[in-house]
Design a protein around this ligand. Structure first.
Ligand code: DON
Length: 309
């Protein structure tokens, strides 16, 4: 078996010098200010080791990676009844697309496209003020990592609030179909703030451990969710976690992953490792370009795939 530390440092060195870094997202102006030269990777292993390379300690905007954690909380609150309001199929469309909603009566294809995550935010808002729900999501991440320095970047949230016209359209459209129970403005307040949570690769790899290890935090042995639920969330990450690039990610990398337009990807090798990678430049599907390439190289070097055997 190759030495993981060595593999990570070789990948980080290669990624630092690659010129083909993709395009940093600018539709949320605050994200457009991030340095495209950044690259970080963190791997948390079953035996409790944490391996870091590159800018693995620098916080970045987790954006849509937050959808994995809000989904986990919503399933905890309403269980399988969530699936009456959100589907479980890849959309084959960009993450912010509105086209399928008209034909499918305001029911988003899956919880990871923006429309689906907005419904999940609506579910979490039930019986709470937006501030409480935002706090619940943030505290969940602080609990998973045992790290209360994780914070919400208010400038990113405000920047998205000021420019998030597509999300406003999605929320209003779903409200018209009766698939949002709260005022769109309140639901979007939750959604924009969860997307604006800032975490480092190290923190994100820690937060993903419960998915990699059968619903348990391997450091404490405590159960976060049931093994069956962890399995299903991973199935959704594999099929829908990279939007219309999900098939290609499964083909090239072969493990469940969830990307965000901040350039982060959380990926898990079941029973083996939780991995977070960050590079702000995106490919044509809005997924981290170098992050995807780094994961492909790592998975190949370590022979990590849910399809092997
Ligand atoms: O709603 C948005 O557009 C962003 N807050 C999140 C989108 C995102 O991260 C898509 N991921 N690749």
């Amino acid at each position: 078996m190759p030495d993981l530390e060595q593999v990570l440092s070789e990948i980080a060195a290669e990624m630092a010098s690659r010129p083909d870094r993709g395009e940093v997202a600018t539709y949320i102006p605050q994200l457009g200010r991030v340095d495209p030269m950044r690259f970080g990777i963190a791997v948390s292993t079953a035996d409790g080791r944490m391996l870091l390379a590159g800018d693995a300690e620098e916080p970045f905007s987790i954006q849509s990676v937050s959808k994995v954690f809000s989904l986990t909380l919503a399933l905890g609150e309403v269980g399988d009844s969530l699936w009456k309001r959100v589907g479980r199929e890849p959309s084959g469309n960009p993450f912010n697309s509105i086209v399928q909603l008209e034909h499918e009566n305001g029911i988003p294809r899956n919880p990871f496209i923006n429309a689906g995550a907005i419904v999940v935010s609506d579910v979490l808002l039930s019986g709470h003020q937006p501030r409480e729900t935002i706090g619940e999501i943030l505290r969940f991440l602080q609990f998973l990592t045992d790290d209360d320095t994780i914070f919400i970047d208010r400038e990113v949230a405000a920047s998205e609030r000021a420019t998030g016209f597509r999300n406003v359209a999605l929320a209003n459209y779903m409200r018209a179909f009766g698939n949002l129970l709260h005022a769109p403005d309140m639901v979007l307040g939750v959604y924009f703030h969860q997307c604006a949570i800032a975490m480092s690769c190290r923190q994100l790899a820690l937060a993903g451990r419960f998915l990699a290890f059968d619903g348990r935090n391997p450091a404490t042995g405590l159960s976060v969710i049931s093994p069956g639920r962890a399995r299903r969330i991973k199935a959704l990450m594999l099929t829908c976690g990279h939007y219309d690039g999900s098939g290609d990610f499964a083909f090239r990398v072969g493990i469940p992953g969830k990307s965000g337009v901040g350039g982060g990807i959380l990926a898990v090798v079941p029973g083996v490792a939780s991995i977070a990678v960050w590079s702000p430049g995106l490919n044509e599907n809005g997924n981290s370009r170098l992050g995807s390439i780094a994961l492909e190289k790592l998975a190949r070097a370590m022979d990590w795939s849910v399809f092997s055997g």
